[in-house]
Design a protein around this ligand. Structure first.
Ligand SMILES: Cc1cc2nc3c(=O)[nH]c(=O)nc-3n(C[C@H](O)[C@H](O)[C@H](O)COP(=O)(O)OP(=O)(O)OC[C@H]3O[C@@H](n4cnc5c(N)ncnc54)[C@H](O)[C@@H]3O)c2cc1C
Length: 381
């Protein structure tokens, strides 16, 4: 049996961030994945590190903290150097309800501080002059947000961590003893002082009572734009996306679109928020709808061809908040899961918060995210 200070179950972006933060403390870390790095949602997602799209309250607060911290980690020699890119973001309204969402967004950002701010608020004519569609009634440009691809960040954290890796080796059981915890993998056992379950949706296989459920998202990748073609400096998010993110349980019939220009010159267009959890499935009518919305908002996209469509599956939680903290009735088993559509953005914060809680004093903010909140909820009911 090999011994470690910390075993991390799951090599998605959250597990990778936990592993890197633990390794910074000089402890021995192992990362175990049933498949390999970024095999789950982290490898099938967009990568907006966005405060603007988060629900007002604690989620927007920790996203703000995570954004600021990601920028620090992206400085020279940091694990996210060359991975996290700061860039502007655009939010568009095509009807009155979406204009209302843009107003609410501007107010929310002012309350949060000045790290992310509205730098332009443009009417239809000015938006059209910038290449936006004639249906765009209003355009907000924000400065201060960023982007990183989930699989790139996962690999960067893992590479910099120096942890021991166990790939294609699923964890099937976690058993706590008095002074250690035994992690039973398919190929053998690991012993540690603590374990963090960062297995995304499959955390359910280890803790079946967690209120986590699948929320799939279909995405499109285009071919590369031509060198002389008009370029977007940052992502475009439809006002309807802001509206859908405010509603925890909402499954929209018309998918709200986000258009992301990638470093490769391709565009990533997505993504739906659907109750089914099939990652091998994309639906032609949904893809057509996404393309139509994207071209309406940014007509230059009509020159692009779709080269691939795919689906990623988010781990959603009933109350829309991730589950981060010590598992109830456990002393050495921690959970960091249920990040739904926000895990790329929150990963830097989550890795630091979990390691602070394990190795130092837990900070109060984790109480809000603790798995204990569901016990309390059921006691109240
Ligand atoms: C379509 C889509 C778009 C998204 N866009 C954004 C975005 O723009 N911005 C943003 O912030 N977030 C976005 N997200 C959300 C983000 O991708 C996720 O929140 C994040 O990747 C979750 O990371 P994770 O590490 O918790 O889980 P995962 O990435 O799912 O990783 C879990 C890992 O655990 C492993 N595993 C599972 N069970 C076991 C086991 N028993 N033993 C060992 N290993 C196991 C899996 O193989 C997997 O590698 C999007 C997600 C989707 C699907």
């Amino acid at each position: 049996m090999q011994e470690f200070d910390l075993v991390v179950v799951g090599a998605g972006i959250v597990g990778a961030s936990v592993a890197w933060h633990a390794a910074q403390r000089g402890v021995r870390v192992a990362v175990v994945d049933g498949i390999g790095p970024a095999a789950g949602a982290s490898g099938a997602s967009d990568g907006a590190v966005s405060v603007a799209s988060k629900r007002e309250g604690i989620l927007a607060d920790v996203a703000y903290e995570s954004l600021e911290y990601s920028k620090e980690l992206a400085k020279k020699n940091g694990p996210l150097a060359g991975i996290f890119h700061a860039r502007p973001s655009f939010f568009v309204a095509t009807d009155e309800a979406e204009e209302g969402a843009l107003d609410a967004l501007a107010i929310k950002l002012r309350k949060l501080g000045n790290q992310v701010k509205v730098v332009a608020d443009l009417p239809n004519q000015k938006a059209v002059a910038l290449g936006f569609g004639s249906g765009v009634r209003r355009l907000l440009k924000l400065d201060g947000e960023g982007h990183m691809l989930g699989y790139g960040a996962t690999q960067a954290y893992l590479r910099a961590s120096g942890a021991a890796f166990f790939w294609r080796d699923a964890v099937i059981d976690i058993a706590e003893e008095v002074s250690s915890v035994t992690v039973q993998c398919q190929s053998g056992k690991l012993r540690a002082r603590a374990v963090v379950c960062a297995a995304g949706l499959q955390s359910l296989n280890l803790f079946e009572s967690l209120p986590i459920f699948p929320r799939a998202g279909q995405l499109i990748i285009t071919d590369q734009r031509q060198p002389n073609e008009r370029t977007l400096e940052g992502s475009i998010t439809a006002g309807s996306y802001l509206i859908s993110k405010q509603l925890v349980k909402n499954e929209t019939s018309s998918p709200p679109v986000v258009i992301d220009p990638l470093e490769t010159g391709q565009y990533l267009i997505g993504s739906t928020r659907e109750p089914h959890g099939r990652s091998d499935f994309t639906d032609v009518s949904v893809i057509r709808n996404l393309i139509k919305q994207a071209v309406d908002i940014y007509p230059v996209l009509k020159n692009r061809r779709v080269i691939r469509t795919f689906t990623g599956v988010r781990a959603a939680v009933a109350d829309g908040l991730p589950i981060v903290g010590l598992m109830p009735q456990h002393r050495r088993t921690w959970i960091a899961s249920g990040f739904e559509g926000d895990g790329i953005c929150l990963s830097a914060w989550a890795g630091r918060a979990v390691c602070d809680a394990i190795f130092d004093e837990p900070k109060g903010v984790l109480d809000v995210f603790s798995p204990n909140r569901f016990q309390e909820m059921s006691e109240v009911v």
